[in-house]
Design a protein around this ligand. Structure first.
Ligand code: NAD
Length: 418
């Protein structure tokens, strides 16, 4: 299984799992089972390009663990996708769902492709082709994909349509993150970013601070980062910097996020936004702010740049943006790192709500979704914070310990690995 576990992100996850497992004295057979994915499916994905030539891409769906319920996790279209990274992200989903107490297991998918180089028609053909290839392995009770980097609600609509074709009627529960018109949930688009900000509120409260007295810098201005920025702005926090792949923008007086969003909707990227100074992605990570939220890709903060970080709280909007070495360094220097499996859990919580609403065909208002999400995010933070206080450990190892404890109990009850 080395080809699955040898990537940097998987190794980081394993370090975290071993450390947390030792802390709670986990059953060694349960730990052994949780270290590896249940299965990794590799598919060749034929894509007919607009010039009529067929290109063959590589796609993956890795299903890590289903002790608590059906496999669940996002689908990523990105040129750097590789099977070990997808496997690591699938494991993080298992631990996230357990930590949040959701009746779901963990999975992740990916296609190695640069979506920015594809036309909309090519994106649709790619999505349909990949869905056909993994069709036998997914389903409302089996494995439920959702959007991630490079995919969105439109991608999920195409997946739903392709998967449903052989049934003759819509299988709405097969994906989450769909448009509301076809069984999506209100609040799913903004859920991850909103959850990040609920966690920022709780993290600040441990230091007797509030959002309105705080400064925040956000790396990544996609589905997670832009909603986190908007929510922080609405709560009167000073969002001093945001960035995307084109670079960052900085205004020490605070950015007007609705105006920035208007600019990106007209220009595609942040570069060139006139009412702020340009900063690089690296400079953004080193800004003197209360909260730094990396919401782009993994390994953004590592041993090479961690000493530059000046924020007192880091809230991981992305999956795996702070390496384990960097986390240890930050913890020793009094910086709180709220880990991905807690901080960006808002997305899967509302995906779970969507799945439930699709099962009962009864849909909730945006306010209901928001309040229910807040309850779960606050409660999950409190559980991890309490564990961290009692054990005198950092939030990353504490979150993993809480998650492993639930999984171990469920595995024992089901007679798995005993
Ligand atoms: P997205 O594709 O919508 O946005 C990604 C953003 O990161 C874009 O602004 C992009 O320009 C920027 N970016 C890409 N490469 C960069 C680089 N090298 N430097 C700086 N910025 C860069 O993706 P997303 O859905 O917002 O996901 C972001 C992260 O959050 C990923 O790690 C993803 O796994 C995680 N996540 C997403 C969700 C969700 O609901 N979408 C849920 C949980 C976790």
């Amino acid at each position: 299984m080395d080809f699955l576990t040898n990537g940097e992100l998987y190794q980081n996850v394993l370090k975290n799992v071993s450390e947390a497992g030792d802390l709670i004295n986990i059953n060694e057979n349960a730990l052994e089972r949780l270290k590896y994915p249940r299965r990794a499916i590799t598919v060749s994905v034929p894509l007919r390009m607009d010039n009529d030539k067929i290109k063959t891409l590589t796609g993956y769906r890795v299903q890590h663990n289903q002790t608590l319920g059906p496999f669940k996790g996002g689908l990523r279209f990105h040129q750097d996708v590789n099977v070990s990274e997808v496997a690591a992200l699938s494991a993080l989903m298992t631990f996230k769902n357990s930590l949040l107490n959701l009746p779901l297991g963990g999975a992740k998918g990916g296609v190695c492709v640069n979506p920015n180089e594809l036309s909309s028609a090519e994106m649709q053909r790619l999505t349909r082709s990949f869905t056909s290839e993994i069709g036998p392995f997914i389903g409302p009770d089996k494995d439920i994909p959702a959007p991630d980097v490079g995919t969105n609600s439109q991608t999920m609509a195409w997946m739903l349509d392709t998967y449903s074709a052989e049934f003759g009627f819509a299988q709405t529960g097969v994906v989450t993150g769909k448009p509301v018109e076809i069984g999506g949930s209100h609040g799913r688009d903004s859920a991850t970013g909103l959850g990040v900000i609920f966690i920022c509120e709780k993290a600040l409260a441990t230091k007797n601070k509030k959002m309105e007295d705080s400064t925040i810098a956000i790396q990544g201005f996609g589905k997670v980062g832009c909603h986190a920025a908007m929510e922080a702005f609405n709560l009167n926090a000073k969002v001093v910097a945001v960035s995307d792949i084109s670079g960052g923008i900085y205004n020490p007086k605070g950015l007007n996020i609705p105006d920035v969003l208007k600019y990106t909707s007209e220009n595609g990227v942040l570069k060139g936004y006139p009412k702020a100074e340009p900063v690089s992605n690296e400079e953004l990570l080193a800004l003197d702010v209360d909260i730094l939220s990396p919401c782009a890709l993994d390994n953004a903060i590592h041993s090479g740049n961690v000493s530059q970080v000046k924020a007192s709280i880091i809230v991981e909007g992305a999956n795996g943006p702070v390496t384990s070495e960097a986390t240890h360094h930050l913890h020793e220097n009094g910086v709180m790192v709220v880990p991905d499996i807690l901080a960006n859990g808002g997305g899967v919580v509302v995906s779970y709500f969507e799945w439930v609403q699709d099962i009962v065909w009864l849909f909730w208002s945006a306010e209901e979704v928001r309040e229910k999400l807040k309850t779960i995010m606050y409660r999950s933070f409190d559980t991890v914070w309490e564990f961290a206080q009692e054990s005198n450990k950092d939030m990353r190892v504490s979150a993993m310990a809480v998650s492993l404890r639930r999984l171990e109990k469920a595995m024992k009850l089901r007679g798995l690995a005993w």
